[in-house]
Design a binder for this molecule. Sequence first.
Ligand code: SF4
Ligand code: SF4
Length: 343
Amino acid sequence: MLSLAKNAPQPDKDFASCSGCGLCLLVCPVWRRTHDLALTPLGRAKALQHGANAADIAVSVQSCTLCAACEPVCPEDIGLVEMTLDLRRRLPQPEGEQARMQEQTARPPAPQPAATAVLIPGTALRERPVTLARAQALLARTGKLALADDDGADIALALEAGMPVPKQRLERFLQPLRRARKIIVADGLLLRNARQWLPRAELVSLGVALSGLTTVRRALGASDLYVIEPRAYHADYQRLVKYYDGLRAASGCTFNLDLQRIAIPAAAPTLPQKFGLEAAAGGDDGVQARWILQGRNVTRIVLECMEDAAAFNSVSGLPVVHLADLADDGNRRNNDSRNDNQA
Ligand code: SF4
Ligand code: SF4
């Protein structure tokens, strides 16, 4: 077995460094939803400082969405996502996931894509074939693009749970990607780790890849709320702050960013909810989505990640579309494709 701890981003400091300042609460969707201090990074750090172990705070450890919004605000520079993953590794693992990874490992090797760019779309986009086809068509304008045969959904879930991934499984996933110059990854946690596994490739989020296209930028307007996928954003925070500032200037739309430019997550599913072991948060997610919409005068919600659609559909009454759906306009597509090809 290969421990993901070796490959995942390493924390600079751990819970022992927590000063109790409480800044992480300001951006944490779990705090917003529950107002329970025990379910926050502050609560976990203080419990650990006073001798608790992972099992003692299991509910808190499993409640974290790994959105990483707390990391840029922590003045102690604690690797809060890695801290949570480290605690998850000490808890009983969800049943069935190891078997799923073994099944994937046993499949014949995926073919080498005959393209320099590969899209790893993730489960939420695979479930929406029309939107996926639009995303492929848009991304193919800048060069030959292949859809990953193995999108590593089981690996993404293992990362979520802090589970070890068998070396053979990881190798089967990575081998067809090694020749790709550009890899576009929809799942933010998978992207964060893939940067460690494939250091020579250019790895970008699906949101950045699509929003960089002229066609998509032109379809954004001042009354749109553009919802950034927080995991990918916070994993590359310093660079992407500037990128989204540029997108804001070019399009005029507003973002799910707070005053410190932290991307606010739209939903807050727990680990058991992600694994389908508990019902989805439902109304609880509405609290978070309503908070994002508060005080904004928007007429459309544009998503980087389709997983956010349910929360906004439940509370907004506004059209909720994926970035890839923005370009579904024949005239604009014909005109802008020339620009995208030249970009
Ligand atoms: S990663 Fe997100 S959900 Fe988890 S503690 Fe940080 S802000 Fe809260
Ligand atoms: S922001 Fe950092 S130092 Fe402050 S309470 Fe949260 S984890 Fe502790």
